[in-house]
Design a protein around this ligand. Structure first.
Ligand SMILES: Nc1ncnc2c1ncn2[C@@H]1O[C@H](COP(=O)(O)OP(=O)(O)OP(=O)(O)O)[C@@H](O)[C@H]1O
Ligand SMILES: [Mg+2]
Length: 308
């Protein structure tokens, strides 16, 4: 896969002196779904705004399919669709016209059949003559997506597309994003919902305090960073952990009826064999054993905490 968006050493310092982006470099691969995760104020919207040419960077540069976002603004912007974080729509315009006008703004010839296709895909066709002001919040979000797709962009940025959206609609949105990917659209989305990144992203980028801390294949990230837990259920409760087991840093929970052992999935030796042997030596009899992989959420919280 070749990259379609190339971000090099990007900095953004706002007039207030706030450093919103610090030396961000990133290549976005053609056809991928990249999720950007990060706490409030991390710099996600700033990054997207710079790529889309809405905010001028203080340093560094971005190219979209080879076009510089500043010196070749129009060509780079034409390739991009943006679904902004804030809902900004003309309240008294109809759904159809909103999307049609947006296409016109990009200098594309009218194509009612294409607009119909987009509206149908987003389940907005029945609402095409409805005024924006009469739509629910979730429907407005869909109109924002339709608007962003009006000029047939090849790269789509979705800035928190499912914030404040119910579970059903969120799953619909995921479906739409997957459909778009199948059509060859590259998708970058920001989200606070870790399960959203887990559900649809190919790669995950984590931003904190203006820095892109890591970008990694989702599966690799979960495997590399993930720690596992082994829960050992005991037949008889233990009052304390025997001295010969101290090196395992076990936790004693459930009124002494369960031991919890944390281990690293990526390390050569997990220590499980030795632990089970030592438990046996101590005369502790086991009832059941379960393991649990730490979630992306736990990985994320650990990472953000480490650098705080
Ligand atoms: N126009 C601006 N002028 C000054 N500071 C700004 C401006 N826009 C954003 N900031 C600051 O830059 C930082 C990053 O903001 P940004 O909106 O990029 O974060 P975010 O990751 O999108 O957060 P959220 O998850 O809340 O949307 C914040 O501290 C914010 O207050
Ligand atoms: Mg934001």
């Amino acid at each position: 896969m070749s990259s379609i968006v190339s971000i090099k050493n990007l900095f953004k310092t706002y007039d207030t002196g706030h450093k919103a982006l610090i030396d961000v470099s990133l290549d976005i691969q053609r056809g991928e779904i990249l999720a950007l995760l990060g706490p409030n104020g991390a710099g996600k919207t700033s990054l997207i705004s710079v790529i889309c040419g809405i905010v001028t960077p203080s340093g560094g540069n971005v190219t979209v399919d080879g076009h510089d976002t500043i010196s070749d603004y129009r060509r780079s912007r034409n390739i991009i669709g943006l679904v902004p974080q804030d809902i900004a729509l003309e309240p008294f315009e109809t759904v159809f016209n909103t999307v049609r006008f947006s296409r016109g703004l990009f200098g594309k010839p009218p194509d009612p059949a294409y607009i119909e296709k987009v509206l149908r895909r987003l389940s907005l066709w029945e609402k095409k003559s409805e005024r924006i002001t009469n739509l629910s919040g979730g429907m407005k979000r869909r109109v924002l997506i339709a608007k962003a797709l009006s000029h047939e962009p090849r790269v789509l940025f979705l800035d928190e597309p499912t914030a404040g959206v119910d579970v059903e609609l969120r799953k619909d949105m995921w479906e739409i994003v997957r459909d778009l990917q199948a059509d060859g659209v590259t998708i970058i989305l920001t989200t606070h919902y870790i399960e959203e990144a887990e559900a649809i992203a190919d790669r995950i980028g984590i931003i904190n305090d203006g820095r892109l801390m890591l970008v990694e294949n989702k599966a690799t990230l979960m495997k590399q960073m993930g720690r596992k837990q082994m829960m050992i259920e005991l037949h008889k409760p233990l009052k304390s952990i025997p001295d010969n087991l101290s090196s395992y840093q076990l936790e004693l929970v459930e009124d002494g009826l369960q031991l919890v052992y944390h281990y690293d999935v990526s390390s050569e030796s997990t220590g499980i064999t030795a632990l089970l042997k030592d438990l046996n030596v101590s005369g502790i009899s086991l009832k059941d054993i379960q393991t649990k992989q730490s979630s992306l959420e736990e990985i994320f919280v650990d990472l953000v905490k480490e650098t705080a």
